[in-house]
Design a protein around this ligand. Structure first.
Ligand code: PEP
Ligand code: MG
Length: 586
């Protein structure tokens, strides 16, 4: 066998760790379909090509069905029966063949237009069973188009061994679904350090390299590959020496993690005696164990929308919410658990609840806007929150707030829900702290007004930077313009800290800045005494905080706030910070 040449591709390391495995390429972009007129002489052949695609898709579905039956049980495997049934449906096939004949077009176009037409007809029939059929229809057309284009089908359950996913892009929900299968790491063409897909990869402890342009063209299925999530490298067809080097590095990382765990009980207190509370960001409920292992003093952000994303297309029930919230509250007691209400929308699945197409969803129905627009869906979560309140130290937080009215509208809704629970005689409490995320520039600038409506603030720097710098946090083409240390950003943070201090309310940061040891020091220098981050990095941040002389750093930050560029701030920090920290090992 000819061994392929080793090749190193540089990207951005966005989730740390090393993965060594075999590539599985998945196409997440919708296939583009073109209308190609055909001469009459080609029609018979085109119909035959379509029939072959049907046979191939049916064979694929049969294999998938039997594997899914073994792994997931009969009930879920039955989904594939519905797909197979549709493929065998004479009227479905007949309509497509008739279109190829009458319009003299390629099979792809005939499939696409027929499915579009059927979807319209199903939509008009409002019965829920037809709405489910619409989803089947979309799946079947995707399978057929892939067969017609000669693209292999992949169900992850079919792939044996250590899988590394290679894709042009992944949504957060795809990352959760794949991450729960036998996947070891991700390589994607797009993405950024603070994108939600990246955040999920970190939550699942899966190394990920993003921004590897063209990787889907270079890699074929089953290619051996190394993902270096720290160095931001991807090594295709690694030689023996590389494999050995990375296997050793993987062991070393595991050992370092073990050592970090040993420091869990040390306080995050600076050299001059200031203590910073370090809490955990949690995306998936099981991370609560990591949070405890790393000594988190509370959950500073539970991204409850992932509960929804994982259940999609079903909505989580009140009991499911309650069960998960209770588990977290009890595990963390007496420390606080901040549960953020659904921050759906943007790139995070809202398809099942929102029936509008948005040109620019990140500036559209997201966070609190979406939830206030859909009170019936939102109330399920609110009922569970009020019922969970007596079971621990609950704090509720609202995402993407841009005005005081949104907080007031939330309070009205919450009062209605509490009254309902009272009438039903269920156990609940109206007592909980209400927090506002400061992640829209208007909220930062209007923090004094918001502070009168809230019990605490949490600064979401991921979005605050995105909206303040007009840089999509998910777009690697502009990632160099995403500048956390830009003086304008530091100034906004300082404004929020001051507004909170004046009003006498708590303020924390839960964006990715808090989990970076250098940026965390800067935040402490700006006056923050509470930070929330991925559990894995708590130990690193703590180590850095313990070495700091905070009073000096505070004076330095006052100087930085007067600067005009991020470069100036960074260079000032680089030259001065060493003098404000004690050495690593005194
Ligand atoms: C943020 O925007 O900083 C934040 C913590 O929220 P998310 O990353 O979920 O948008
Ligand atoms: Mg946010």
């Amino acid at each position: 066998m000819v061994r392929r040449r080793q090749r190193v591709l540089q990207g951005m390391g966005v989730s740390p760790g090393i993965a060594i495995g075999r590539a599985v390429c998945i196409a997440t972009k919708a296939l583009e379909v073109y209308r190609l007129p055909l001469p009459a002489s080609d029609i018979v052949q085109e119909i035959q090509r379509f029939e072959e695609a049907i046979d191939q898709t049916r064979a694929h579905l049969e294999t998938t069905r039997s594997r899914a039956g073994e792994r997931l049980g009969e009930e879920l495997a039955a989904i594939f029966d519905a797909h197979a049934l549709m493929l065998s449906d004479e009227s479905f096939r007949g309509r497509i063949i008739a279109r190829i004949r009458s319009e003299k077009v390629n099979a792809e176009w005939a499939v696409h237009k027929t499915v579009e037409e059927l979807d319209r007809e199903f939509r008009a029939l409002e019965a829920p069973s037809f709405q489910e059929r619409r989803e089947d229809l979309v799946d079947v057309s995707r399978y057929l188009l892939r067969s017609l284009s000669g693209i292999a089908h992949h169900e992850l359950s079919e792939v044996e061994g250590d899988v590394v996913i290679v894709a042009n892009d992944l949504t957060p929900s795809e990352a959760v679904r794949l991450g729960r299968e036998n996947v070891l790491g991700f390589i994607i063409e797009t993405g950024g350090r603070t994108s939600h897909t990246t955040i999920i990869a970190r939550s699942l402890h899966l190394p990920m390299v993003a921004g590897v342009h063209g990787v889907t063209e270079l890699v074929t299925d089953q290619d051996p590959v190394v993902v270096d999530g720290d160095g931001g490298k991807v090594i295709l067809h690694p030689g023996q020496d590389i494999l050995q080097r990375f296997a050793a590095k993987r062991l070393q990382l595991a050992e370092e993690r073990r050592l970090r765990l040993a420091e869990r009980d040390l306080p995050a207190t600076t050299q001059d005696g200031v203590t910073v509370r370090l809490m955990a960001n949690i995306d998936l409920p099981e991370e609560i164990d990591d949070a405890i292992s790393f000594g988190a003093e509370g959950v500073g952000l539970y991204r409850s929308e992932f509960l929804y994303i994982e259940r999609s297309p079903e909505l989580p029930t009140e009991e499911e919410h309650l069960e998960i919230y209770t588990r977290m509250l009890r595990a963390m007691s007496p420390h606080p658990v901040v549960i953020r209400t659904f921050d759906l929308g943007g790139r995070r699945l809202a398809r099942d609840v929102l029936h509008t197409e948005e040109e620019n969803p990140v500036l559209g129905m997201r966070g609190i806007r979406l939830t206030l627009a859909l009170p019936e869906i939102f109330k399920t979560q609110l009922r569970a929150l009020l019922r969970a309140a007596p079971r621990g130290n609950l704090r509720v937080m609202l995402p993407l707030v841009s005005s005081v009215e949104e907080v007031r509208a939330f309070n009205v809704l919450m009062t209605d829900v509490a009254n309902e629970l009272e009438q039903e005689g269920l156990e609940f409490s109206r007592e909980f702290d209400l927090g506002v995320m400061i992640e829209v520039p208007a909220a930062a600038m209007g923090a004094r007004g918001l502070a009168r409506e809230a019990d605490f603030f949490s600064i979401g720097t991921n979005d605050l930077i995105q909206y303040a710098m007009a840089v999509d946090r998910n777009n690697d083409h502009v990632s160099h313009l995403y500048r956390p240390m830009h003086p304008a950003i530091l100034l906004m943070i300082r404004l929020v800290v001051n507004a909170a201090a004046e009003a006498g309310i708590d303020v924390s940061v839960c964006g990715e800045m808090a989990g970076d040891p250098l940026a965390a020091s800067v935040l402490a220098g700006l006056g923050l005494r509470s930070l929330s981050m991925s559990p894995d990095v708590i130990a690193d941040v703590k180590q850095r905080i313990r070495r700091l002389h905070l009073a000096d750093l505070e004076a330095l930050m006052d100087e930085c706030l007067e600067m005009t560029t991020e470069a100036e701030v960074k260079s000032r920090l680089a030259t001065s910070l060493d003098g404000m920290t004690v050495p690593d090992r005194p």
